[in-house]
Design a protein around this ligand. Structure first.
Ligand SMILES: Nc1nc2c(ncn2[C@@H]2O[C@H](COP(=O)(O)OP(=O)(O)OP(=O)(O)O)[C@@H](O)[C@H]2O)c(=O)[nH]1
Ligand SMILES: [Mg+2]
Length: 449
């Protein structure tokens, strides 16, 4: 646990500068590069730093020992000294060697993009599981970087050519970290099992799952809160955090929402994605994001006031593919149309039948969105009305198991029940009890948008 403190973090109001290298050879346009620097600034701001200057260099390739060239580093060093900078943040991930070399030259704290994101995640994790996931990612980031500290320690130990105390300490540290990684992984596995049990229960209860996914800061949690507030007014106080910062949401929240009277769905709010999300974090958050794998419908929320939203859609879809989401049923929720007009001449919005334009802030387009969600869900669900004779209380009981009983009446023949369930369950039930029950109505929901 002590080891965690070796991950560098940012204190509030620390003075920062950003450093990036634009590689013309790489598959990235100048515009995308500038966009990623802007995003780095937002990340730094989220972590509490104040960015005073951005240093950037065009290169053919990264310098293997210091990422940017020596001349650039001297320029940076001068600026750091003159302006009493606390932290230098590099836009790409530094190799352990690069980081060590830069730290020798620049007289302040040096961190890279990955460390910055890990720092923000550590700040924001709330639940036990979230904290474990971040700790796991941090430890995995640290493991290959222990060598740096070791060199210093063995230098302190002083023995040239001997196995100094520092090296021994590294071995101890490594082992401790590995033990800790194993322990956390086991704990997470346990939590995952628990979630699997809950998920099985849900499937058994035939509750459709709707997951909100998207880039960070696009308005997923705002939409989650709005739907929850509109449809479950009694419990409106229970809101999730919304902030104009990156990664406001880290922990997955699942809520029961009635999209239609008596038709319950589970809505899942998830962590936002970002370009170059550290691999360790993707791996660590995999189990939380598994909810996404099992969702009936994904709401991919997009901030269309952002001129780069198409790149961000691509990033999100790439992460979804990495997570193993294949052939998802997606509704694109084009959000923030209220501020879109500022940019609208610059780019076109691709409007398809699986997209809807909304402003969560002004509550525009929400009814259309709801109708579209219902339409998607009812591709899998159906509603049948059956008559079950009184002497078959076994079938009456079984009907409650397959889905949700929307209404129940009695007449001279038996119970009349309207059952909402996954199509397969509804059809299976009818097939099994064909000879004993009567079908009064067998239909799919039709919703018009
Ligand atoms: N103008 C405008 N702002 C919006 C709209 N919807 C959300 N926002 C703002 O966008 C910011 C981010 O909203 P969140 O709901 O926290 O976004 P998120 O996607 O959950 O973000 P992360 O949890 O960080 O991934 C907040 O400042 C919201 O008030 C909208 O329709 N119009
Ligand atoms: Mg959120």
């Amino acid at each position: 646990m002590i080891l965690i403190s070796t991950i560098q973090s940012i204190a509030t109001e620390e003075k920062a500068i950003l450093v990036g290298a634009y590689l013309s050879q790489r598959h990235q346009t100048q515009e995308q590069y500038e966009q990623s620097l802007q995003e780095l600034e937002q990340l730094a701001d989220t972590a509490g730093a104040r960015v005073l200057q951005v240093f950037t260099q065009n290169r053919d390739g990264y310098d293997s020992s210091t990422l940017v060239g020596k001349g650039k580093l001297e320029e940076i060093t001068l600026y750091v000294e003159e302006n009493e900078i606390d932290v230098v943040i590099f836009n790409s991930e530094l190799s352990p060697k690069q980081k060590r070399n830069i730290e020798k030259i620049v007289p302040c704290k040096v961190i890279d993009r990955t460390e910055l994101i890990l720092d923000i995640f550590a700040l924001r994790a709330r639940t036990h599981e979230g904290k474990l996931q971040v700790e796991l990612a941090q430890l995995q980031y640290l493991l290959p970087r222990l060598t740096g500290k070791g060199t210093e320690m063995s230098r302190l130990g002083g023995g040239i050519g001997t196995r100094g105390p520092g090296e021994t300490k590294i071995e101890v540290d490594r082992r401790k970290i590995r033990d800790q990684v194993t322990k956390i992984s086991k704990d997470l596995e346990q939590i995952k099992k628990q979630r699997q049990i809950e998920r099985n229960l849900r499937i058994k209860n035939n509750v459709p799952v709707i997951a909100l996914v998207g880039y960070t800061n696009v308005g997923k949690s705002s939409l989650f809160n709005l739907l929850y507030k509109q449809l479950n007014p009694a419990s409106a106080k229970d809101e999730v955090l919304v902030e104009n910062k990156l990664f406001a949401t880290l922990d997955t929240t699942v809520r029961l929402i009635e999209l239609e009277p008596k038709i319950s769905t589970l809505m899942v709010d998830t962590v936002g994605f970002i370009q170059d999300l550290p691999h360790n974090l993707v791996a660590a958050f995999r189990s939380t994001l598994e909810e996404v794998l099992y969702a009936d419908v994904l709401l991919h929320v997009v901030d269309v006031s952002d001129p780069h939203h198409n790149d961000k859609i691509e990033t999100v879809e790439k992460v979804l593919t990495d997570l193993g989401v294949t052939d998802p049923r997606i509704i694109y929720v084009y959000n923030k149309i209220d501020i879109r007009s500022n940019y609208s001449e610059d780019y076109e919005l691709v409007v398809t039948e699986n997209s809807v334009q909304v402003s969560v802030l002004h509550q525009n387009g929400i009814d259309q969105l709801r109708a579209l969600i219902l339409q998607y869900i009812f591709q899998d669900y159906s509603q049948n009305t059956l008559s079950i004779p009184y002497h078959r209380s076994d079938i009456y009981a079984a009907a409650h198991e397959i889905g949700k009983v929307l209404s129940k009446q009695e007449d001279e023949h038996g119970w009349i029940m309207a059952i909402f369930a996954r199509k397969s369950a509804n059809e299976g039930f009818i097939k099994k009890h064909m000879n004993s029950i009567e079908i009064l109505e067998r239909e799919n929901h039709e919703f018009t948008v």
